[in-house]
Design a protein around this ligand. Sequence first.
Ligand code: HEM
Length: 509
Amino acid sequence: MIVYITICVCLFFLLVLIWFINKVWWTPVRIQSRMRSQGIKGPSHKFIHGSTKDILNMKNETMRSPMELSHQIYPRVSPHVYSWIKLYGKNFLMWYGLEAQLVVTEPQLIKEILSDKHRAYPKREPREYTKKLLGNGLVTAQGEKWFKQRKLANHAFHAETLKSMIPDMIASAEMMLDRWRDNEGQEIDVYQEFKILTLEAISRTAFGSSYLEGENIFNMLTKLTFFISKNEYRVRIPVIGKLVKTHDDIESHKTEQDIRDSIIKIIKKRESNVMTGEVESYGSDLLGVLMQAYHNVDETLKISLDDLIDECKTFYIAGHETTASLLTWTVLLLAIHNDWQDKARNEVLQLFGQQSPNADNISRLKIMSMIINESLRLYPPVVLILRKVKKEVKLGKFVIPADVDITIPTLAVHHDPQIWGEEFHLFKPERFAGGVANATNNNMAAFIPFGLGPRTCVGFNYAIMEAKIALSMILQQYKFTLSPTYVHSPASIITLRPQHGLQVLLHAL
Ligand code: HEM
């Protein structure tokens, strides 16, 4: 009996050893050599850590001190991509621990990956912390679940619905400008202001609530964001990583539960309003659309409570951080390039005078569209688009083996001199005078701030409308210049943000 048990234990350990060697050594070696044989090179895989230590060192080095006031931010924000493209070419292989990551920056290949309708390049499984932040909401969902959720979101952000959101967007911007009135002539951190503005707007338009109600959720989501950025390059050793929980693991789990409880409160409040007859229906905003689906008797249209909660988290996050980033970088650009600030203001005053924006005149803001596009090109709020290869697939002339992750670094594409010319790092909104197709020479994958293909941003029109409303209302009332205390330090922390905020001086007109 003892002999039998000893043999079983030895066999078990032998199998574990084979599995471990295969995972940490043989698979990386095999993938690396297959890619090299096709001309895709990259930094060699290092035991357990892959390329993460090198990436962290490069990032720490560039982020150690602020940069000069220029828009050449790519070597700073993604130093590893910048140096490895120079060394290994436009598409290269790097390693996130044991996971192979193919970095793709050639527009033709990007188009093939993002426009894929055969689901050959599904979204990458979110890492543990990102999963806590976004759950299985629209950004991360796959297959049928994604299809169902996308239909609901398309409905909630339909062009006609968007028009009905304009008054709430204006009211959110008015609240911000009211706060500013006490600070005229003084320095103000517009990054913080835009985070409140965009949270107020998404709270009102998607959840029929207010910033104050959403603030609690917002603070907890910010806490989770902090854990994500802190643990971004923490490699988990297989098995052991799952068993041993760190302080951040425990804290983030608790925060996730607290967010869930707060969202359930908002859902219950709406349910009780319907039950008491205070309102007739769940409403046509995002929460209303989702709650109708949650209560649907038809199983094919129904969503679960978990899906409802995850979708709320997703829209709180996706709906405000990104637009706050866009507004911040656009104000930076206009504070530096005063000629374009004047042009934008003249256009607003000609179209609206001192009236509030409306759907018709917002659509006629041509100069502002050019400025926003150039801002999205130079400072894309989302710097990475992620996919994976599930089954071996042919991509251009390459054959990509299964289980390779794909990373599309937006900044590398938007700052590529071969696409945008030698002045790629300069703010030149006139590039977009003939529209995006003209600016990119009909190369649609050369400008991807909102992604491309079936999983393109569902909030694209919402974000642009909100940004145009806020910028128009600011330009109607203020001239702004950069404060001498501003330190230029763009950093990628989920979105592209100014590490120390954006301080500007407001001058009432
Ligand atoms: C300037 C503002 C914004 C930028 C730059 C931006 C960027 C992006 C990008 C690049 C993607 C595609 C990611 C991928 O393909 O993996 C995306 C997807 C998404 N965005 Fe946005 N976004 C912005 C604003 C918004 C807003 C305001 C909302 C909500 C109201 C939103 C909700 C979403 C959702 C739900 C998805 C996932 C769509 C899907 O997978 O079907 N975004 N966004």
